[in-house]
Design a protein around this ligand. Structure first.
Ligand SMILES: NC(=O)c1ccc[n+]([C@@H]2O[C@H](COP(=O)([O-])OP(=O)(O)OC[C@H]3O[C@@H](n4cnc5c(N)ncnc54)[C@H](OP(=O)(O)O)[C@@H]3O)[C@@H](O)[C@H]2O)c1
Length: 256
């Protein structure tokens, strides 16, 4: 199905999974507004997509900052005149073993990983209603099985999954669909800031393109029967909405 002329916002589109999502969506014809705090990585993503059928427009903004969020939606509407999708992909992480958490660290994490995505969805809601749009929240297998020090991050992703379910329960007749996608380890800057090759060999990490494909399926309507759910993508080539199945697959993959 051609997505030519559809428009979406991808936060964190300058690197890792976000960049792969933008490459996939713009190839499918989506016009993408890509958001991040650093301009250079966003420009690099845009230049990688120069020959795709959809346009890619970078916007420097911080999703954790309420003042920036309104500008993101306004810019998407000015640029493309409609909004068909939001991919809440930007996130913060870092190892924070309990009980060394500080309230300042937790607040920063929640602002980026939960409150920013919620603010974007709320601001975009009238436009999503108009287009019958779709929301994809990039969650994490850390909700079900965090590795040591990663639980505070997992906590924020559990809240993001809660937003996916809330939209499904409270707005089921709106025509807007929401999904969470919860990847296992994916080869990105974020992963390598947490674990090195000896702790997690590259062969045990997924390619960002795998998560991009699941995201694109959601935005194109190929996963409508899973709307409102968490799509667990724990290991290469496997997606399930069953959390137990996801954990079993993850355990087998990492012990083999
Ligand atoms: N890699 C994995 O193994 C893995 C596993 C499960 C889930 N995930 C999730 O996948 C998503 C993408 O992560 P990644 O692994 O691709 O990491 P990444 O390469 O570090 O990407 C994170 C992106 O988010 C942007 N970002 C961070 N804070 C932001 C803010 N306040 N405002 C706007 N943009 C912000 C960053 O750009 P700037 O720094 O320029 O702002 C960066 O481009 C995240 O939601 C992550 O939690 C990753």
């Amino acid at each position: 199905m051609s997505m030519q002329g559809r428009s979406c916002i991808v936060t964190g589109g300058g690197s890792g999974i976000g960049r792969a999502i933008v490459q996939s969506l713009s190839s499918a014809g989506f016009n993408c507004l890509i958001v991040g705090r650093r301009e250079q990585p966003l420009m690099e993503t845009a230049s990688l997509c120069e020959s795709t059928s959809g346009t890619v427009v970078p916007l420097v903004a911080d999703v954790s900052c309420p003042d920036d969020v309104g500008g993101v939606i306004a810019q998407a509407m000015d640029q493309h005149g409609r909004l068909d999708g939001i991919v809440n992909n930007a996130a913060g992480g870092g190892l924070m073993p309990f009980p060394s958490w500080t309230m300042s660290q937790l607040t920063d994490l929640w602002k980026t990983n939960v409150l920013g995505p919620a603010a974007l969805v709320l601001e975009a809601w009238p436009h999503l209603l108009e287009s019958g749009g779709r929301i994809v929240n990039i969650s994490s297998m850390a909700v079900l099985g965090p590795f040591p020090g990663n639980g505070a991050y997992g906590m924020t992703k559990a809240a993001l999954d809660g937003m996916t379910r809330a939209i499904d329960v409270d707005a089921s007749d709106s025509g807007v669909e929401a999904y969470s996608i919860a990847p296992g380890a994916v080869e990105t800057e974020m992963l390598r800031s947490l674990v090195d090759d000896s702790q997690l060999p590259p062969a045990k990490a997924m390619s960002p393109a795998e998560i991009a494909q699941v995201t694109r399926d959601c935005l194109e309507g190929a996963r409508s029967s899973d709307a409102g759910k968490v799509l667990y993508a724990p290991i290469p080539g496997f997606v399930t909405t069953d959390p137990e199945e996801a954990m079993v697959a993850l355990g087998r993959f990492h012990s083999s």
